[in-house]
Design a binder for this molecule. Structure first.
Ligand code: B16
Ligand code: MG
Length: 219
């Protein structure tokens, strides 16, 4: 029995994934590392430091920890500058309506984002009240694809993992949800998210009928 939906933030509720890409691209350019949108798929859902390490790997660069910290902080400054301009209307179309429908069916709703900036984004979008539990990058030790964030979200919702469905746009996020023993709806392309139980192009296109069908699929 499905009793909750847990939403990722960046790329599922709002297009902050694009701002992450712009900030990483700017840093990659400074480092002289070619960095495409396709490369960026590997950064989605993983931690800030792991993202930087992937860029350094792409450029065959090795840097000491202090320099890496400095670069990660620089990228975050640019990201925060982009994000501070976010307005409540930027929530993806249909997402609020979907969450209200889920709630009207008596299900709980959680948010699980690897981002340490998640609370800022939630405040700017004014969506805190939509969620029964919020878990972000400041509360976990292991980032996606580790299942920790989703297991913690289920715990905060007072539910078992098998009772939760995750909405994710990142390959690492789909992996994390499946490792947590949850069903997963991938938001994006089947090439990247092929392991998810259902795949939809945009979050707002999901329906309660599909959620019912999910109950018949094994986690
Ligand atoms: P920050 P999500 C993730 O958020 C992003 O997808 C990923 O690209 C980013 O590196 C990670 O948060 C950490 O973000 O640097 O803001 O702490 O998709 O899990 O909501
Ligand atoms: Mg995401």
């Amino acid at each position: 029995m499905i009793r909750a939906c847990i939403f990722d933030l960046d790329g599922v509720i709002v297009d902050t994934a694009h701002y992450h890409f712009l900030a990483w691209q700017r840093l990659a350019q400074e480092l002289g590392v070619p960095f495409s949108e396709e490369d960026n798929e590997r950064l989605k859902g993983v931690s800030r430091m792991r993202s930087l390490e992937i860029i350094l790997e792409l450029g065959n660069l090795t840097l000491d920890m202090a320099t890496k910290e400095e670069l990660a902080t620089k990228k975050n400054g640019w990201f925060v500058d982009y994000v501070n301009a976010i307005r409540p209307e930027e929530i993806f179309p249909g997402v609020k309506e979907l969450i209200h429908q889920i709630k009207s069916r008596g299900l709980k709703v959680g948010l699980a984002s690897s981002s340490k900036n998640a609370q800022r984004v939630i405040d700017l979008l004014q969506i805190e009240s939509l969620f029964d539990a919020v878990v972000d990058g400041t509360m976990i030790t292991h980032s996606k694809p580790h299942p920790e964030i989703f297991l913690l979200a289920a715990e905060r919702l007072g539910l078992k993992p098998i009772e939760c469905v995750v909405f994710e746009d990142a390959e690492a996020g789909v992996e994390a949800a499946l490792a947590a023993g949850m069903r997963c709806v991938g938001v994006g392309s089947p090439e990247q998210l092929g392991n998810a139980h259902h795949i939809i192009p945009r979050t707002g296109q999901y329906t309660l009928e599909k959620l019912t069908q999910l109950e018949h699929l094994k986690p």
